[in-house]
Design a protein around this ligand. Structure first.
Ligand SMILES: Nc1ncnc2c1ncn2[C@@H]1O[C@H](COP(=O)(O)OP(=O)(O)O)[C@@H](O)[C@H]1O
Ligand SMILES: [Mg+2]
Length: 227
């Protein structure tokens, strides 16, 4: 569904992603693991169209994403939870969740349906709906950011280091949510980055390793986790 064809990017003249070539399949949960500064966030931003490609091409369901402006990617069913979760503080959590659907003029009925699915996947959000986006703790904000990514992400969901800094109880809940998400949407592709791959436990089907902007060949047997 998502093909990266030798993509390279530069930031301030320095190559940050080098000839990344890989394919993400529908129905898979793929981990992208790499040290801080490896280029994980840049990779997700490139998929979202938030950074210009120096070379290469990103194809989504057969379509060259370069022809799709970044603000239209949500309407292609791509949801994104950035590392720095950004809830609009003057909106309630529910308004924050609905926003990506409203921006793409999704019919209200469908938005309602997606909200229902999202609350099924992340039930902790139910009690937060009426609260202000500014009133969430760090962990709650991460749950809300997941929810918001799910509202838009019918086909593809990108999660940038969601487990980083989550207290163990919340990390368990987050992992449970990802399992429910996959049960409910077996065709969904989920890409999760993490600097510490063990935080992802047995969730990923595949683990890609990013090192200084390059995809390293997965060590033999990497998908059979030893931890
Ligand atoms: N806005 C920026 N200005 C300058 N350098 C940046 C910027 N964003 C990222 N970089 C550099 O790009 C590289 C990859 O960063 P990033 O994608 O954020 O890595 P990761 O998410 O894996 O920690 C790092 O070396 C970082 O210093
Ligand atoms: Mg990052």
């Amino acid at each position: 569904m998502l093909k990266l064809q030798k993509i390279s990017t530069k930031i301030a003249g320095i190559t940050v992603l080098r000839q990344i070539e890989t394919e993400f399949k529908a129905g898979s949960l793929v981990a992208v693991v790499g040290h801080n500064g490896a280029g994980k966030t840049t990779l997700l931003r490139a998929i979202m169209g938030l950074i210009r490609l120096e070379e290469g091409r990103i194809e989504f369901n057969g379509r060259d994403l370069a022809t799709v402006p970044d603000h239209r990617r949500a309407s292609m069913g791509i949801g994104y939870a950035p590392e720095e979760r950004v809830m609009f503080p003057t909106f309630t959590v529910e308004e924050n969740l609905r926003l990506p659907c409203e921006v793409q003029r999704m019919p209200k009925q469908e938005t309602d349906r997606r909200l229902e699915m999202t609350l099924q996947v992340v039930p902790q959000l139910k009690d937060m709906l009426a609260r202000s986006g500014a009133a969430l703790s760090g962990g709650q904000g991460k749950m809300a950011a997941l929810g918001r990514a799910l509202m838009a992400g019918r086909n593809l969901v990108l999660l940038d280091e969601p487990f980083q800094g989550l207290a163990p109880v919340l990390a368990n809940q987050y992992a449970e949510s990802l399992r429910r998400l996959r049960d409910l949407n077996p065709e969904l592709c989920v890409i999760v980055t993490e600097s510490n791959g063990s935080l992802l436990r047995d969730l990923p089907d595949t683990t890609l390793t990013l090192e200084r902007g390059e995809l390293a060949a997965a060590p033999h047997g990497a998908s059979h986790h030893l931890y």
